[in-house]
Ligand binder design. Structure first.
Ligand SMILES: Cc1cc2nc3c(=O)[nH]c(=O)nc-3n(C[C@H](O)[C@H](O)[C@H](O)COP(=O)(O)OP(=O)(O)OC[C@H]3O[C@@H](n4cnc5c(N)ncnc54)[C@H](O)[C@@H]3O)c2cc1C
Ligand SMILES: *[C@@H]1O[C@H](CO)[C@@H](O)[C@H](O)[C@H]1NC(C)=O
Ligand SMILES: *[C@@H]1O[C@H](CO)[C@@H](O)[C@H](O)[C@H]1NC(C)=O
Ligand SMILES: *[C@@H]1O[C@H](CO)[C@@H](O)[C@H](O)[C@H]1NC(C)=O
Length: 341
């Protein structure tokens, strides 16, 4: 049987993880990742990469929790293997703290992370401005290590990568049987999906190896996430701001807010500034679509719009996109099989 040719648009976290998942589980296809930007130049390279879900209002809680659990379980196996340091996967423990007691003291993902509980009075003494907090252990993916590792796994599976900017998905017509669209914020221009918009995020990556616990303000604006090579300090959330240039007043503000939570960061060194655009939508789009132009048909599987929480759910959405690709391949092969009879 002729192998189905699958093109994946996007070499960020979503494109690479989807490509690995497809090449792991569908042997009778060839996989090519096509993107104009590769690590270290993607949005995914900017992220702290921590597995704390971001809520998508347009996706059911049940679905989000399933994606989160699948991602957590997948990364736990890597974390518990000799590959952990090369893949950039590690556990981190710490605190999520709140200035006012939240309505939902126990979030939907509390039984996916490890050791979830409320903070004690004594623990809260470190944060006099905050009234309530949660303690848990979760996983973190160090970018770009994790992206490099995914790309390596893809190549071990026989997958290929191509640097190329697409103006139109139809450019791939005739060369590929199925196109998987993991173009992140690029989707806005590429397919004209006006539901997707950027939320600009600026972070600092600093040298402060003595900081070993994460601290996240429940408002999502201020966070401190220790990683393998640096500590990520954040952040900003600026809707519809496309500016990728670092802003020095943002940086000063981030450092002040983080030092208020962790004063030892005043001694942080080697401050690097990074900016990324979170590809935001009310729901993640994981869907099949057949584009039609005259007699020509182009089978597309979408997997984009992960916003502020791509790392937290990426393996779950990659598995779902892979299932859709399997269905598309089965549909494509049906007439061929009949023709052989
Ligand atoms: C500051 C910040 C902190 C974050 N922290 C976290 C966190 O702690 N935890 C978490 O879960 N999430 C976090 N996120 C969110 C996470 O980074 C995103 O959800 C995720 O990176 C989205 O991945 P992606 O692959 O869809 O997009 P991208 O990484 O942007 O990849 C898109 C790819 O598509 C390609 N592409 C686009 N258009 C075209 C085209 N026309 N032709 C060819 N190629 C194209 C690009 O070149 C690129 O390779 C954070 C985001 C930011 C900005
Ligand atoms: C990343 O961007 C820089 C600056 O534009 C460029 O020099 C470099 O080649 C890019 N890296 C990759 C892997 O595309
Ligand atoms: C570790 O990496 C090797 C080589 O890439 C791979 O064969 C193996 O499946 C990986 N193990 C895990 C748990 O990811
Ligand atoms: C991906 O899909 C979105 C929405 O349909 C579209 O806007 C975008 O152009 C598509 N990207 C590519 C590379 O086809």
């Amino acid at each position: 049987m002729v192998k189905a040719k699958v093109a994946i648009i996007g070499a960020g976290l979503i494109g690479l993880s989807t490509a690995v998942c497809i090449s792991d589980s569908i042997p009778d296809c060839t996989v090519t990742v096509i993107a104009d930007r590769f690590t270290p130049n993607t949005t995914s390279d900017v992220a702290a990469g921590v597995l704390i879900p971001h809520f998508y209002p347009g996706t059911s809680v049940h679905q989000q929790k399933q994606w989160y659990r699948e991602t957590f379980d997948f990364l736990s196996i890597i974390c518990n293997s000799p590959n952990a340091s090369e893949a950039g996967i590690h556990l981190i423990s710490g605190w999520q703290i709140f200035k006012t007691v939240p309505d939902e003291k126990v979030p939907f993902w509390s039984d996916v992370v490890l050791g979830f509980r409320s903070m004690t009075e004594r623990e809260l003494k470190k944060f006099p401005q905050h009234k309530f907090g949660q303690v848990f252990t979760t996983l973190k993916c160090e970018s770009p290590l994790y992206l490099i590792w995914l790309e390596k796994r893809l190549k071990e599976n026989g997958g290929q990568v191509q640097v190329r900017k697409l103006e139109d998905l139809w450019e791939l017509y005739g060369s590929y049987d199925i196109v998987v669209n993991c173009s992140g914020i690029g989707s806005r221009k590429l397919i004209g999906d006006l539901e997707i918009y950027p939320i600009r995020g600026q972070v600092l990556k600093v040298h402060a190896p003595w900081v070993t616990h994460f601290i996240r303000d429940g408002d999502g604006l201020t966070y401190i996430f220790p990683g393998i090579h640096s500590v990520t300090l954040g952040g900003t959330r600026e809707k519809d701001n496309w500016n990728l240039a670092p802003d020095s007043s943002n940086s000063k503000n981030i450092l002040n807010r983080c030092c208020a939570l962790e004063p030892s960061l005043q001694a942080a060194k080697d401050i690097q500034v990074k900016v990324g655009l979170r590809p935001t939508r009310c729901a993640v789009k994981v869907q099949k679509e057949t584009l039609v132009r005259g007699n020509e048909k182009l089978v597309v599987v979408h997997n984009y719009g992960h916003g502020a929480g791509g790392f937290s759910v990426h393996w779950g959405t990659a598995k779902e996109a892979t299932q859709l690709v399997k269905e598309c391949i089965a549909a494509l092969q049906q007439p061929r099989c009949k023709a052989k009879l």
